[in-house]
Write a protein that binds this ligand. Structure first.
Ligand SMILES: NC(=O)c1ccc[n+]([C@@H]2O[C@H](COP(=O)([O-])OP(=O)(O)OC[C@H]3O[C@@H](n4cnc5c(N)ncnc54)[C@H](OP(=O)(O)O)[C@@H]3O)[C@@H](O)[C@H]2O)c1
Length: 165
């Protein structure tokens, strides 16, 4: 069995997206996302795939969830349930659910690890939210604060949680 990990950037009030896009551009967060997921399977919803600027993420197996029997995207494996996505990656050490809200909701109860970027800002116009996290189920294992600077409009903190056994 693989470790099932969720990786997500969450602003205040659980916000993760607006008008099918991310809430803000944080280069350090994108770099870390790339480093952590590089070489692994990434599982995402059809809407998140369609929001990617250059299509499938390079050097990763891109698995896209859809209910449609006919939709397909270049360099992606299309699946119709989370279980199907997990089956095709079951021999791998760690697989990553990369969004969006609908797929995070499916995956949260099965997840073993959460890589959360807490963005310390409230986005008033956000329209997409991460499901509620039951803090008692999770143990914080790492934390790193990054202040705002000329390239990062808001401060943020990388927090990693592992499921309590
Ligand atoms: N902050 C972050 O880290 C982060 C990360 C990723 C995404 N986001 C944001 O999240 C937003 C998108 O989230 P979303 O919830 O609207 O969409 P989503 O989860 O990316 O995709 C939803 C689609 O996935 C498919 N799907 C979902 N559950 C399924 C199931 N059980 N079986 C089969 N297919 C299923 C359906 O596709 P069909 O309609 O084709 O059937 C559904 O419409 C965007 O704003 C994006 O920028 C944020």
């Amino acid at each position: 069995m693989s470790i099932l990990s969720i990786i997500v950037a969450i602003a205040e009030n659980g916000a993760i997206g607006q008008e099918q896009q991310l809430l803000c551009h944080l280069p350090k967060d994108l770099k870390r996302f790339k480093e952590i997921t590089n070489g692994h399977t990434v599982i995402m919803g059809r809407k998140t795939f369609e929001s990617l600027p250059k299509g499938a993420l390079p050097n990763r197996k891109n698995v896209v969830l859809t209910t449609s029997p006919s939709v397909s995207f270049p360099n992606c494996i299309m699946v119709h349930s989370l279980d199907e996505a997990l089956q095709i990656s079951e021999s791998e050490e760690e697989v990553f659910v990369i969004g969006g809200a609908a797929v995070y909701k499916l995956a949260l109860e099965k997840a073993d690890k959460l890589y959360i970027t807490r963005i310390h800002h409230q986005f008033e116009d956000a329209d997409t939210f991460f499901p509620e996290i039951n803090e008692s189920e999770w143990q914080e294992s790492e934390r790193e604060f990054c202040p705002a600077d000329e390239k990062h409009a808001y401060p943020f903190t990388f927090v990693t949680y592992v499921r309590r056994s």
